[in-house]
Write a protein that binds this ligand. Sequence first.
Ligand SMILES: NC(=O)c1ccc[n+]([C@@H]2O[C@H](COP(=O)([O-])OP(=O)(O)OC[C@H]3O[C@@H](n4cnc5c(N)ncnc54)[C@H](O)[C@@H]3O)[C@@H](O)[C@H]2O)c1
Length: 322
Amino acid sequence: MKILLTGAGGQIGHDLIGALVADGHEVVSTDLAPRPPSHAHAGGDWQRLDVTDAAGVQHLFTEVRPDLVFHLAAILSARGEQDPRLAYDVNQTGTWNVLEACRRAKVGRVIFTSSIAVFGPPPSGPLPDPTPDDVALHPTTMYGVTKVSGELLCAYYRSRYGIDCRGVRFPGLISAAMPGGGSSDYALFMYVDAVRKGSYEAFARADTRIPLMYMPDGVRALLELAFAKREKLTRTMYNIASFSPRADEIAASVRRVIPDAKFTYAPDPVRQGILDSWPKALDDAAARADWNWKPRFDLDAMTDDLIPRVRRMLDLGAILSH
Ligand SMILES: NC(=O)c1ccc[n+]([C@@H]2O[C@H](COP(=O)([O-])OP(=O)(O)OC[C@H]3O[C@@H](n4cnc5c(N)ncnc54)[C@H](O)[C@@H]3O)[C@@H](O)[C@H]2O)c1
């Protein structure tokens, strides 16, 4: 199958490209940036594409005529609060441009990567715990606002033009890659800084609890949803869940492997505010029922797999910077 990715240079693209190439697909990866050295191993073609450039998106999609598009390009939550206009342009206008190009280039299927940032505290009280798929959406960030809109645009293009647009609401994703400015980055830095410095001061409180997921499960979820039979799907967007540890439970999990690691907590008001507005855990019953979604990694299994990978990533970074 011919598959095009937008925003392929990021954390998800890093693992998704390799998985698609390994499965024998013809992969065209696109990003605003050139192929990063960390993505060199992944294979496939690489093209520069700015999703805010409607004509450029249209031109490339018509030229490539992919069967399937993974639309990953976005400005994530924390960075989006520093520059809401940029987040609006990339996430909102960019998604519109991608869907329009899919319509004109007759792309059959589009995978949208939504987020727990679509949720926010309803005026009536806290979010249900766990939070189901269908609750009123009250995002507090520009990132969340654009993801809600992206979900609605997907549903619109699906019903109006028959484009098979579907997606997942990802928890915070953790992998051995430098994160891209998300509010869940504290979780990954607990691993990265424990390995490289032996300590980490988290920008979140010790009792912060949000849904997290290990990247191999995240990539598998994208692949399973992308290749699920259309008639099995009862929804356009699906909550998917793995585990929801408190920050100090992540610390304890890291200390099983690096006993001397020290963790302190100095909450940053903006990012803590974003984290507190998100669900503590997700109810993913529909994904489990419709396409047999099931995570494989719990927190300690992730820790055991991740720490050696973080060590390799940091060693490789040191080699590349010399
Ligand atoms: N990583 C997570 O924890 C997480 C959680 C929920 C949802 N998601 C979603 O998954 C998708 C991929 O996330 P990621 O973690 O790989 O993000 P990332 O920040 O690591 O990568 C995003 C990529 O988008 C590219 N990009 C930015 N502006 C662009 C533009 N104008 N045109 C084209 N490309 C542009 C960046 O260069 C970057 O390579 C995003 O849509 C994100 O919202 C991620």
